[in-house]
Design a protein around this ligand. Sequence first.
Ligand code: HEM
Length: 351
Amino acid sequence: MKKRLDQLKAWLKTSAPIPEEFFRKVSSEPVPHHLKRWWFCLGGTAAYLFLIQVITGLLLTFYYVPEPGHAYDSVYRITYEIPFGWVIRSIHKWSSHLFIIAVILHVFRVFFTGAYRKPRELNWMIGCGILFCVLTFGFTGYSLIYEQLSYWGATVAANLTQNVPLIGEYLARFMRGGDTVEENTLTRFFIFHIALLPLAITILLTIHITLIRLLGVTELRFEDDREHSTSHVPFFPNHFLRETIIASCIALVITFLVVFFPAGLGLPADPFVTPAHIKPEWYFYFTFRWLKISSLTVGVLGTGAAAALLVFWPFIDRKIEKHFPGKDISIWLGIIAIATLLVFTVWEALV
Ligand code: HEM
């Protein structure tokens, strides 16, 4: 066995003569000791869940038919007829929710540790791009099922887009590929979901990770870090093992959810019957509630302003720090923002 392995190694060395030193340098980059805490591993967790989404999404594409007359039936076949189709679909569904939770928690951790500050402003903005892509992933994916709720969710979203000042009409038409949610809409959502968004997120993630490698992660020291403990550990194997343990725990959680709460299917989309209650996925509850309690224009403008505030936060924070140094105003504003987010989300969930 050892002889065969040595032969394989020698063959690889001649076929791909990349110096071993290169791999050692790339994989054993020292990372700060504080990354041992799970909430500092949320970026890696998100990357792992994204990989699950890509693999299961590709498998689903073998059977999904992006046509209004066949989309629902193809999802039905995947769920109830194709062997293990329900497993793949359920993993894709649950892992998408966990992916979004991991990304949101990662944003919180970056925010509350001030890791968006100089020189990481650009990486924070790239991160915001990733966040918007992730949310659009969720929205387009949900719409592909073509059941009543997802169909009407897409219709409401397109109608809301119409209220964006100046470009609203154009945006809504671009989104639907016409005046109503129909054949063109499904094709567009499908192309976004399986091609454009994966491409965009891959490019943004490559920049994100490259910037992390170039700038390193923010150096922090916690009170409970023992004085004599080493300040850095190699990425491989130390940090990699930590991420693997977390990934294994998440795999267990997904297995539990898939077995006990498999993905189901509602009624097929009917453009002539509006359901009594239209609800988006939970990660849009906050926006949905905000739109309900404000006028449409104020609602849409407010959502845009909140997104812009998030993107440019590192620069706004710098101004706040300059005028009120050491007062932790940003932390308090962050707490208020998260509390509002939670209240609106729970409010919408209970209605
Ligand atoms: C698919 C989504 C994402 C992945 C896979 C990802 C991956 C990572 C990884 C692996 C790290 C290294 C440290 C850690 O794990 O916490 C990191 C750090 C960072 N991320 Fe992300 N990230 C994602 C989304 C975001 C988003 C949405 C934002 C902000 C809006 C963001 C902003 C940052 C910043 C500023 C850092 C540097 C933190 C530091 O220096 O301590 N990331 N990301």
